[in-house]
Design a protein around this ligand. Structure first.
Ligand code: ATP
Ligand code: MG
Length: 419
């Protein structure tokens, strides 16, 4: 039989990696709560149309990255490539934004069929926040401060904030015309994808990863020059509030983001410490997505952060995260383990982590396992101990003499020693 391996780009997280994941996830949860955001969990699978209609059919995600399949009921379904579309769907479906505003966060696996490489996987994880119902710019500033706090609490340095504004549909239409004019004069230098997008979605070309295209774009018209006064004001007010909060930022007029639903403020947190994949977190306003999806006109803003990239940064920069502690390792060499099982469960009632030795083995081998487990104490019950009604407590990490403790006092004694 052939050995079956995991799917390319979809990784196992092994026990020595999960401790750092837990710590990072805990920080993300705590920071969300500090700002009054509530968790939402949506299914991993959605109807395909949700993504094609929300994200936009000329985007990298929809054009080539989705895991789409037809299920036995002949319905086209897709593994979610991101979570904003699902969050908005859930909010409309359950009336969460009906005359209400809501601050939400989510965390979980996403799926994109990209070329796997460092920082880019086919199953990856995102943490994200979405604030629905506020026109900003105050809330735009708030979610940027959430990002800043996450870097701070994880001890991550060297992340740069780039921001831009895409303006309203109206100013983008005017800009689109100017950009199309410019690119039409340069069609000889465009690649196949850009040529295809030239007349369907020219703004997407600004997001191209092809260096040759980026070089041409240096002389292209900039969106800022087409912006209306109130849009400029929104953006300036956000910039001022960031400056007042001591958050440094760089305005990047070419930042357009790879999804169609954005409008107004967009931003990315980038770093030069992750090789080719520089974006750790990206987001912006999507004021029209909710009406487009059939909801009541509701302004909204959010971001999504890649956990694999975030964790790689956290590991580069902070001290090692300790795995979960093992407090005690139970060794019973008698024929009946009733007494040690009872003690182990009582210790767990008190909040201690206890491993019971399973299977046979000489005392020496069992002690070796106890040592490997990282436990602070071994609790040993051999024939002699059983006859005298005691348990031997052996310190595995400290140079202290072992002691024989009456069975009734073992729990109390362990708690005193370990907590
Ligand atoms: P990129 O330009 O790197 O492809 P993107 O614009 O497609 O990013 P978003 O859709 O904005 O990314 O997702 C937000 C964040 O999720 C990214 O900044 C990144 O940290 C992370 N991310 C996106 N795609 C992947 C992936 N395939 N593997 C790991 N992390 C990813
Ligand atoms: Mg991408």
């Amino acid at each position: 039989m052939r050995n079956i391996q995991s799917v390319r780009g979809m990784n196992d997280l092994l026990p020595d990696q999960t401790a750092v994941w837990h710590r990072v996830e805990a920080v993300l949860r705590e920071v969300s709560e500090k700002y009054g955001y509530q968790e939402i969990r949506t299914p991993v699978v959605e109807k395909t149309a949700l993504f094609t209609q929300s994200i936009g059919d000329q985007t990298d995600i929809v054009e080539k990255e989705m895991y789409t399949f037809v299920d036995a009921g002949e319905e086209s379904l897709t593994l979610r490539p991101e979570s904003t579309a699902s969050t908005v769907r859930a909010c409309i479906q359950h009336g969460l934004i009906h005359n209400r505003q809501i601050r939400l966060w989510y965390m979980g696996p996403m799926f994109r069929r990209e070329r796997p490489q460092r920082g880019r996987y086919r199953q990856f994880h995102q943490f994200g926040v979405e604030a629905l119902g506020w026109p900003g710019p105050d809330i735009d500033g708030e979610i940027i401060r959430i990002g800043e706090r996450i870097w701070k609490e994880l001890g991550i340095q060297g992340i740069i904030l780039e921001i831009n504004t895409l303006g309203s549909e109206r100013s983008r239409t005017a800009y689109r015309q100017a950009l199309t004019g410019f690119l039409t004069e340069n069609t000889d230098s465009l690649d196949e994808v850009s040529l295809r997008r030239l007349h369907t979605n020219p703004l997407r070309i600004l997001d191209s990863k092809n260096p040759q295209i980026q070089a041409i774009l240096k002389d292209a018209p900039v969106l800022q020059d087409f912006m209306e006064a109130n849009e400029q004001e929104h953006f300036e007010s956000l910039c001022n509030s960031l400056a007042q909060s001591g958050i440094s930022y760089r305005i990047n007029p070419r930042l357009v983001r790879g999804l169609d639903y954005y409008s107004g403020t967009v931003f990315e947190w980038i770093t030069d410490r992750l090789g080719a994949q520089s974006a750790v977190c990206a987001g912006g306003r999507y004021d029209k997505l909710i009406t487009n999806r059939g909801g009541k006109d509701t302004p909204a803003v959010g971001f999504a952060m890649g956990l694999e990239r975030l964790i790689e940064l956290a590991m580069l920069q902070s001290e090692k995260v300790e795995a979960q502690p093992v407090h005690a390792y139970m060794i019973d060499l008698t024929d009946s383990s009733e007494v040690t099982i009872r003690i182990a469960e009582k210790l767990r009632d008190k909040g201690l982590n206890v491993i019971e030795h399973c299977g046979e083995g000489k005392l020496g081998n069992q002690l070796k396992k106890a040592d490997q487990s990282g436990a602070a104490l071994a609790l040993i019950r051999g024939q002699d101990e059983a006859e005298s009604g005691v348990i031997q407590l052996k310190h595995l990490r400290e140079n202290k003499p072992h002691s024989n403790v009456p069975v009734e006092e073992v729990v109390e004694q362990c708690v005193k020693t370990l907590m």
